[in-house]
Design a protein around this ligand. Structure first.
Ligand code: HEM
Length: 444
């Protein structure tokens, strides 16, 4: 274990602020899998060995909470929703909401995703004619939000999507600003940033009110997420505030992550024509011109591997933190109570002992039987243990459907000036968006 004292970290501060994933990657390369940041009152451990990550997230998860700056600031938006809550309340809500992500719902996702994608493709038809450059990042955000609306709430959010996407991005910007600055003006001061954040929160509140209003008129016996929440409120198992927090959590966590991962996938495909060609070949062979259905998913393996590899290189959730609530020891390394644990999928996914040529985009590594035996905790785009992402299968099915349907109709060509930088915000976002030119595939 290497210990870095506060003063040794000082020279790195500008880098830490500007490029935390890059700093953590260097740190792991230079100091190994277990780095101790000794900052006096704050003791932090940066953990980069899959066994240690499994220990924290799974084997000894009861020793750890989400009471960290990362989740406390996120809770300014999501309150005590699943992503940020801890303890009994988290467990009760997780059990309550899990049925909304059960297999039959996931299998029916094609009925939800395809109409949404179709709307986007119709828009794209017009843009192709004008040879317009499209911000694919934005397109993915709106599309993924509409999927959440239809799949989880049974609602068409297409009219509200542009505004809601903007509100979520503004709110998340504020969260990052709060997390990166030790001293910030209190929220009740009318600074432009505070006002923008409050406006964004207001937008989300209004959306939640509208969503709940539509449900009141309906019979709440269904098993989509919204009905489960309304039933829980009616049965007195959840307060109105808790219902609000879970709805906002699903809106925020359920679309920005998937959209960002898809956006990076499009980018990687434009940079790797040989992978794109293999993917087009698979899609044309398996689908033969028909839109994909649930039955096609097991056959669209290259599509799944391309998305898995994009999640490896650009994991939207690039940082996972925990706080130790009791003393713990891993392989002789003591972890005192109160210590901050830092884990980074971005860094773990590049661990040279667990990945060959970690920087290379090679989707086939997920097809290779040998590579498939990679350490389960060396690949954690969705986290692990009991706090594993509730939407992981949902995201994978959604991505396979969107990628295959879009590629049947269009090829995307990068139209930016230079390489796109990854900006480590709440998720790992493409800096400046993702400009692409669309090319209609002939005869399709
Ligand atoms: C949790 C990533 C899609 C809802 C998480 C965690 C990660 C993650 C890493 C665990 C965080 C931790 O342990 O600290 C992703 C990625 C996605 C994605 C990369 C897409 C590619 C979704 C979707 C939904 C969703 C589609 C909802 C529809 C949630 C929720 C939690 C969560 C509610 C908290 C679960 C709990 O603690 O019980 N996600 N997620 N996510 N995710 Fe996702």
């Amino acid at each position: 274990m290497t210990t870095l004292k506060g003063h040794q970290l000082l020279p790195y501060l500008p880098r830490i602020r500007k490029d935390t994933p890059g700093f953590l990657l260097d740190c792991a390369r230079r100091y190994g899998d277990w780095v101790h940041f000794d900052m006096g009152v704050t003791q932090a451990f940066f953990i980069n060995h899959p066994d240690a990550v499994r220990h924290i997230l799974q084997e000894n998860h009861r020793h750890y909470t989400k009471d960290t700056l990362q989740y406390r600031t996120l809770a300014l938006i999501t309150g005590q929703g699943l992503l940020t809550a801890d303890g009994e309340m988290w467990l009760e809500h997780r059990r309550l909401l899990q049925p909304a992500f059960a297999r039959p719902h996931l299998m029916a996702l094609d009925e939800v995703v395809l109409p949404v994608v179709e709307r986007m493709l119709q828009r794209w038809e017009h843009l192709v004619a004008r040879q317009a450059v499209v911000d694919v990042d934005h397109e993915m955000l709106e599309t993924a939000l509409e999927v959440v609306g239809l799949a989880l709430f049974g609602l068409d959010l297409s009219r509200e999507a542009p505004q809601l996407v903007r509100a979520v991005l503004t709110a998340l910007d504020y969260v990052i600003y709060r997390a990166q600055n030790l001293v910030v003006p209190p929220l009740n001061w009318p600074t432009p940033r505070n006002r923008a954040f409050k406006r964004a929160l207001g937008e989300l509140e209004r959306a939640v009110d509208a969503i709940l209003d539509t449900q009141r008129d309906k019979d709440a016996r269904g098993e989509n997420l919204l009905s489960l929440l309304v039933q829980a409120e009616q049965a007195g198992r959840m307060s109105r505030q808790q219902v609000r927090d879970e709805l906002v959590t699903m809106i925020v966590a359920g679309h920005e992550t998937v959209a960002t991962a898809l956006t990076w996938t499009w980018y990687l495909l434009t940079q790797h024509p040989e992978v794109e060609a293999a993917l087009l070949d698979e899609i044309d062979t398996v689908l033969d011109g028909r839109p994909p259905t649930r039955e096609d998913l097991p056959k669209l393996t290259t599509t799944a591997h391309v998305f898995a590899e994009a999640l490896r290189l650009y994991p939207p959730a690039w940082l996972i933190t925990r706080r130790a609530i009791a003393e713990d020891v891993w392989m002789g390394h003591p972890i005192p109570p109160g210590a901050l644990i830092i884990m980074s999928p971005y860094v773990l996914h590049r661990h040279p002992a667990f990945w060959d040529e970690p920087e290379a985009f090679r989707p086939e590594r997920f097809a290779d039987e040998k590579a498939r035996t990679y350490h389960r905790f060396a690949y954690i785009p969705f986290g692990g243990g009991p706090r594993l992402c509730i939407g992981n299968h949902f995201a994978l099915v959604e991505a396979q459907l969107i990628l295959s349907r879009v590629l049947q109709r269009f090829r995307l060509v990068f139209a930016g000036a230079g390489p796109v930088q990854a900006e480590p915000l709440v998720t790992l976002r493409p800096k400046g968006g993702m400009p692409m030119r669309l090319i209609a595939r002939e005869g399709r």
